[in-house]
Write a protein of this length. Structure first.
Length: 159
């Protein structure tokens, strides 16, 4: 019995690794297309519900790609964004180029981060633009860009 369980665990790890690799290499707009790719790799008999479970385990999110279609995407940490996680855990870095403040986030988090910066207007911030994994914060004055970056850092809990 234990040998059977160990075999199932090994198969699950192999399937999970294959799914992760496919998602890193290709863009999938449906679970069925991902399921078909896994079947083509030799994982026969995989159901849509198995693919759904795999996507959940890997923390996969669906984001709009360059063609405007929603596609499955691994988060940087391969873990789901959780409500109880701190906002700062979704941020890779914050910097500026003397013109705008750039907040680099994990994929799928940028619009939430932009909203959090915008929700309570500040006199040093004109507004934000949030993409998939990047937020541009437009300062009121480039002469105060360092102050603008500091305000963004404080708001997002990144010091």
């Amino acid at each position: 019995m234990n040998e059977t369980l160990e075999l199932i665990d090994a198969d699950e790890k192999t399937l999970t690794a294959a799914c992760k690799k496919l998602l890193q290499q290709q863009s999938f707009t449906t679970q069925n297309k991902l399921r078909e790719a896994l079947v083509n790799l030799g994982f026969g008999g995989i159901s849509q519900s198995t693919v759904s479970r795999l996507l959940s385990q890997l923390g996969v999110i669906k984001v709009q790609n360059a063609c405007g279609k929603k596609a499955y995407c691994l988060t940087v940490e391969s873990a789901p964004v959780r409500v109880e996680s701190s906002i700062s855990s979704q941020i890779e870095f914050i910097t500026h180029n003397q013109a705008v403040v750039v907040v680099k986030t994990h994929p799928g988090s940028a619009q939430l981060i932009a909203r959090l910066v915008d929700i309570d207007p500040h006199s040093e911030i004109l507004g934000t633009v949030g993409g998939n994994d990047t937020v541009l914060v437009i300062p009121k004055s480039v002469a105060h860009i360092d102050k603008c970056e500091q305000i963004v850092r404080i708001r997002l809990g990144v010091h």
